[in-house]
Ligand binder design. Structure first.
Ligand SMILES: Nc1ccn([C@@H]2O[C@H](COP(=O)(O)OP(=O)(O)OP(=O)(O)O)[C@@H](O)[C@H]2O)c(=O)n1
Ligand SMILES: C[C@](O)(CO)[C@H](O)COP(=O)(O)O
Length: 230
């Protein structure tokens, strides 16, 4: 047993504007969360799947996944980073020296990408993330929703990557970095940013751009399309 699998699934999905948290929206034959969990449970390395769920989650118990003996529930927190830290606190680092964190909202991840991430990180002893190169011209401008503004400038994109998940790090290093970063009030939106803040190396492993994070209403139709192509 080497890698603990951790899915932060305690979000409310406000940007999705749905009648329930997006991880419980139906995607083809099952919910988004069930698709995501099935991907990690299909990995031969998976012996335990930690799920960070809202303490008031009324949906999870209705899923067959709730009866899976590999599943370990953890109470999620106010932000994604809090949910991830809660998961890390429940993981025995002597049993699982590595932790792989994957968003519940990314059901389309390919097992081949995850295996590549695992191979590179465990082979080098350094953590890393799946990432996809930016393909659009990038502009710096106003914060969305704060009204129109002009482009400030075009950002050089050759070294820009979209950080995806899974993100895979040594459990003790990640738990220490994340808890210290949060205590210092650092804005943490992924595990890598905590590791970077703590001065640890983070490897970029190219991953597929269809590893979509279901975030906005239009993403569900795109996810259905990608699923049909699989
Ligand atoms: N307090 C939180 C917030 C988010 N997440 C999880 O982190 C992943 C990525 O976060 P995001 O896409 O931002 O989900 P939400 O926070 O639910 O979305 P929104 O920001 O639109 O409310 C999701 O699987 C979400 O369930 C979590 O476990 N705990
Ligand atoms: C972790 C992540 O999916 C990497 O791109 C992203 O940071 C999650 O951001 P969110 O605002 O919590 O969806």
């Amino acid at each position: 047993m080497t890698i603990a699998m951790l899915i932060p699934a305690a979000g409310v999905g406000s940007r999705m504007q749905a009648d329930r948290p997006k991880q419980y929206l139906q995607l083809a034959d099952k919910t988004v969360l069930e698709h995501t969990a099935a991907k990690l449970l299909a990995l031969p390395q998976t012996t335990r799947l930690f799920l960070a769920l809202s303490p008031t989650d009324p949906y999870f118990d209705q899923l067959p996944l709730a009866a899976d003996p590999k599943v370990c529930r953890v109470a999620g927190g106010a932000e994604r980073a809090d949910s991830v830290l809660a998961g890390l606190m429940a993981i025995d680092a002597s049993e699982f020296p590595w932790t792989l964190v994957h968003d519940a909202a990314r059901p389309l991840v390919q097992l081949s990408d995850i295996q590549q991430l695992i191979e590179v990180c465990l082979g080098s002893g350094q953590g890393g993330i799946l990432a996809s190169p930016v393909r659009d011209t990038m502009k710096r401008g106003h914060i969305p929703g704060q009204g129109p503004s002009l482009v400030e400038h075009t950002v050089e994109r050759r070294q820009l990557w979209h950080a995806l998940t899974p993100q895979l790090f040594p459990t003790l290093l990640l738990r220490d970095a994340l808890s210290r970063a949060l205590a210092a009030g650092v804005a943490i939106t992924d595990e890598a940013s905590a590791m970077e803040w703590a001065g640890h190396p983070v490897q970029l492993i190219p991953g597929r751009a269809d590893n979509l994070k279901i975030t906005q209403p239009e993403d569900l139709a795109l996810a259905r399309f990608y699923l049909e192509q699989a």
